[in-house]
Design a protein around this ligand. Structure first.
Ligand code: PLP
Length: 382
């Protein structure tokens, strides 16, 4: 393939999206510039109402990032020193960083080799080990909806109910996805999402949100995101943080929410093109049963590391954006070595050697998707 004949295919394309959003985006920003309520302005409340309606959750509290959403959710439960928080080893570092920042201990769990979601048998075994050791107190499970697909929330909830554990859905990559016909947002005791620009619903900066069915939790989240304030402004009820979403980002998100369902439908079409063009030469994403993915990431599995590297080089040479999420499992990272008990988590340890993410942003054309697939096929000799 001769790269000069084709313009590059970016992994993400915020310029194309901006052009598609048109005057709606500018109009939204102009309103904020005119009213000047840059902190907790009316757009923040409007966005919270629309997000809650979108995923059919009772309460939405927007916050400054997905990481802060996770932190506020754990702070509200009083999780800290001596507490074990179970989470998948194959995820972004933020999932495990937050329990550690609060003094709790992340306990890493293996994942399913095909859907890459938390493995229930491993989860049960890890809870069992912690309970038997008697040093840490099992407190919470953070299930991650990885790459846009939901984790097995029925299974996780059953285990949590039996063990008396708090469930937190790290839905940073999967806002808009659904499980059993229900959008994510109420599958766990609390759901945290992110509006980091590369997430399915991305702002033009940092942002996040919490969803819950509990009015008490929602009130605590509102207090914690504003320095633990009480019902009046300078009443300090608890130690909180500066964790609010900017009004400007809320305005951006309101404009993007108008096209979000169309974008998800487009991502689904691209996934279908890749499936049809690639399924015979590599492992395409295996769908979680009874679910709809938000397609944050379309990751394929190559047979081995050398073929994955060959595929990467070919895409690179053709100007096609690609990424490896994640080259290393968290328990193998220097920052987490000390808090890991040494348990072998074979699937999480192997995935990083074979995984490869292809572009799946909503402005990708059919022709571009076919070119990505053709370049990959050529690299694999097929
Ligand atoms: C992006 C991400 C986060 C953190 O979200 P930020 O908004 O960047 O803080 C947390 N968990 C997962 C799984 C993520 O992908």
């Amino acid at each position: 393939m001769n790269a000069e004949h084709f313009p590059p295919i970016p992994f993400l394309d915020h310029k194309a999206q901006q052009a598609r959003l048109g005057s709606n985006l500018r109009a939204r920003l102009d309103v904020v510039l005119a009213h000047g309520q840059f902190i907790l302005g009316p757009e923040v409340t409007e966005l919270e109402n629309r997000l809650a309606a979108f995923c059919d959750a009772s309460h939405c509290v927007t916050v400054s990032s997905g990481t802060d959403a996770l932190q506020i959710a754990l702070m509200a439960e009083g999780i800290g020193r001596g507490d074990a928080v179970f989470l998948p080893a194959f995820t972004y570092t933020a999932t495990a960083e937050v329990p550690l920042l609060l003094g709790a201990t992340p306990v890493f769990v293996d994942v399913d080799p095909h859907t890459f979601q938390i493995d229930l048998a491993s989860l049960e075994a890890r809870i069992d080990t912690v309970a038997r050791n008697g040093i840490l107190r099992p407190r919470a499970i953070i299930g991650v909806d990885l790459f846009g697909q939901p984790a097995d929330w029925h299974g996780i909830s059953n285990i949590a109910a039996r063990e008396g554990l708090f469930t937190l859905d790290d839905c940073a990559q999967s806002f808009g996805a659904s499980l059993g016909g229900q959008r994510l947002g109420s599958a766990a005791d609390a759901t945290a999402t992110s509006f980091f620009p590369s997430k399915p619903l991305g702002a033009y900066g940092d942002g996040g949100a919490l969803f819950t069915e509990s009015a008490e939790r929602a009130a605590l989240y509102r207090s914690l995101r504003t320095h633990g304030e009480g019902t009046t402004r300078y009443e300090v009820m608890r130690i909180g943080m500066n964790g609010r979403l900017d009004t400007m980002q809320a305005a951006v998100l309101l404009a993007k929410l108008d096209v979000f369902e169309d974008e998800m439908a487009r991502r689904e079409q691209i996934a279908t093109i890749y499936d049809a063009a690639l399924a015979d030469i590599l492992e395409v994403p295996v769908r979680v049963p009874d679910s709809q993915s938000a397609w944050a990431v379309y990751s394929v599995l190559l047979p081995d590391t050398s073929l994955r590297e060959a595929a990467r080089s070919a895409l690179q040479a053709a100007g096609i954006g690609n990424a490896v999420y994640y080259p290393r499992a968290l328990h193998q990272q220097p920052a987490y070595e000390e808090c890991h008990d040494g348990t072998h988590l074979p699937v999480a340890e192997e995935l990083g050697n074979r995984i490869l993410a292809l572009p799946i942003h909503p402005d990708l054309t059919d022709a571009q998707a076919h070119r990505v697939a053709a370049t990959l096929r050529a690299a694999l000799g097929g």
